[in-house]
Design a protein around this ligand. Structure first.
Ligand code: ACM
Length: 538
């Protein structure tokens, strides 16, 4: 069936060629300039790039076809066509077999080749007349079209033919990520970010093949997700944020919309409810939860480690069960993050007791537990995951328990660390992280953790010092683009001098997307014809 579709597409193409041979206009094969696929500014760098030094002529006579009956492939084609329409104002038809004027095809093919036996693997074969994207899954096809988007030039070449042509260098790309989990965390608790802001972040992250968005949904300063069985969490707990601003929260419908938007980009949302510490907002809403013996008030400061749930009350676990259940029901991804960091006023024995019980609750609701590295001191099992942010000792404990680790060391991977002493936003308690320091380190084997124990890499963005999307973008970009390469590309394909040039060439995309990135002086940013204000976004 799938092979038939390919045959049909190629047959169609040959008919079209005959048609053009008779009419001579427009020409099927247009003499194209020599271009070098290996010199393209792709991020993350693919596993293998083999140039063949010609070009595919993307133009108004190009059409997209997809393997018939391949689940999700039509949607991937629609995503590509939409992005092409926005970037270069070219309308590329999809699966329209009645067209008479097709000269070139982009074929998104489902292939069960053993080389593609990984969920995100894809091959991109770019010839003069066809681009074939092979993958086993729609997810792989999606990663492939994100690469293709990066190969489409911003401007057409209008000297090659009567019509506008966007030349795409020919050759082969064979690609597959190093790590399955490639994430960024957004703290929407210290400052709240609207659904539209989160969607914009998702869209840019997915362009660079990041596939996990971890949302830090609760903290001392605010509770940000509607829980229907405990409404005061948001009506009271959601009313504040750092600095006395208005707070806010996602309704379950809002959250579902974020999850849907992320899923459309093959990105998994990981919800985090931070406990037993970082729980002031929840305990103000429902004081029976509080275990620190003090009378609580809403909190808008930035100090950490003063709050805790009462870990010895059954009602606390009934509460946690409701929260985990309601969020799990609207979270299709496999993970639930329970926080577990900086519980400085929870006795160690109570902390261990709490994490042990909450792990079971998470599992009962069908999810795999993730916790910050401290959770490894509890008696948790090997299916749970430890997120290494601070303690190498805790990361090693997790390995001894057979757990997988997400590598997020604050001194290398925290997006809220300032670039340098002049940075407008951010903190520096772990380090200053200029763009080169953020890129030049090796997560594989970091701290002696074997690669097979590393699920992936995540770059967290805490929001104590940022209160709007522009400030968020200043801290996240360009560094998060480097983390995409650290988590996707193999170590031998990573090189700062080469990356620096490819990063400089992201400026036109970032500016077209209205991303207020930090223009690091370490990078010779490519001049762009776009200004932040004047553009239509991809
Ligand atoms: C953390 O930065 N407290 C995980």
């Amino acid at each position: 069936m799938i092979k038939n579709t390919l045959v049909r597409a190629l047959f169609l193409l040959s008919l079209v060629c005959v048609f053009f041979a008779c009419t001579k206009e427009p020409k099927k094969r247009i003499p194209m300039p020599v271009t070098d696929l290996s010199a393209e500014n792709l991020i993350p760098k693919p596993l293998k790039v083999i140039p063949t030094n010609s070009a595919f002529a993307l133009d108004e006579f190009t059409a997209i076809y997809t393997a018939k009956g391949a689940t999700g492939f039509q949607e991937v084609a629609e995503f590509l066509a939409d992005k092409l329409s926005k970037k270069i104002n070219l309308q590329v038809p999809i699966n329209d077999e009645s067209l008479k004027t097709v000269a070139r095809v982009i074929y998104i093919n489902q292939s069960d080749s053993t080389e593609l036996n990984a969920p995100e693997a894809y091959q991109l074969y770019i010839n003069q007349d066809s681009i074939i994207i092979n993958s086993n899954t729609a997810e792989g096809a999606f990663r492939g079209i994100q690469t293709l988007r990066q190969l489409v030039p911003d401007s057409s070449n209008d000297t090659l033919a009567l019509q506008k042509i966007w030349p795409i260098p020919t050759g082969k790309i064979i690609d597959n990520p190093s790590f399955a989990y490639r994430g960024s965390m957004l703290d929407v608790a210290r400052h709240f970010f609207a659904v539209e802001d989160v969607k914009k972040y998702i869209d840019i992250l997915s362009y660079y093949k990041i596939n996990v968005l971890h949302l830090h949904l609760s903290d001392d300063q605010g509770w940000r997700i509607e829980i229907k069985s405990w409404p005061k969490l948001t009506s009271i707990g959601g009313s504040t944020e750092v600095g006395g601003e208005a707070g806010g929260f996602y309704t379950q419908e809002d959250y579902k919309e974020i999850v849907r938007y992320a899923a459309e980009r093959f990105m998994t949302v990981v919800p985090e409810i931070d406990m037993p510490g970082h729980t002031n907002a929840a305990s103000v809403a429902y004081p029976f939860l509080n275990g620190n013996g003090k009378t609580l008030t809403l909190y808008e400061g930035t100090q950490v480690g003063f709050s805790t749930f009462d870990t010895r009350k059954d009602t606390v676990y009934a509460f946690v069960n409701d929260v985990v259940r309601e969020i799990s029901e609207i979270t299709p991804g496999p993970y639930f993050h329970i926080g577990g960091d900086e519980s400085h006023v929870t006795e160690k024995k109570d902390y261990v007791y709490f994490v042990n019980k909450v792990e079971k609750i998470v599992q009962k609701h069908g999810k795999r537990m993730i916790g910050w590295d401290e959770v490894a001191i509890a008696d948790i099992d090997s299916t749970s995951i430890s997120q290494w942010w601070s303690s190498e000792e805790n990361a090693k404990k997790a390995i001894e328990k057979g757990m997988q680790v997400i590598v997020s060391p604050a001194k290398k991977a925290y997006l809220d660390m300032q670039y340098d002493t002049l940075s407008e936003y951010g903190l520096h308690w772990a380090a200053y992280l200029p763009v080169d320091t953020a890129y030049i380190w090796t997560p594989e084997g970091y701290g002696g953790i074997p690669k097979e124990n590393i699920l992936g890499i995540e770059a967290p963005l805490w929001s104590e010092t940022i209160s709007n999307i522009d400030e968020l973008e200043y801290l996240a970009f360009p560094r998060v683009i480097g983390y995409s390469e650290l988590s996707w590309s193999s170590p031998e394909n990573r090189d700062w001098e080469n990356y620096k040039i490819r990063l400089a060439n992201q400026a036109p995309f970032l500016e077209r997307m209205d991303v207020k990135y930090y223009p690091s002086p370490l990078i010779d940013w490519k001049k762009s014809k776009y200004s932040y204000e004047t553009i239509e976004k991809d």
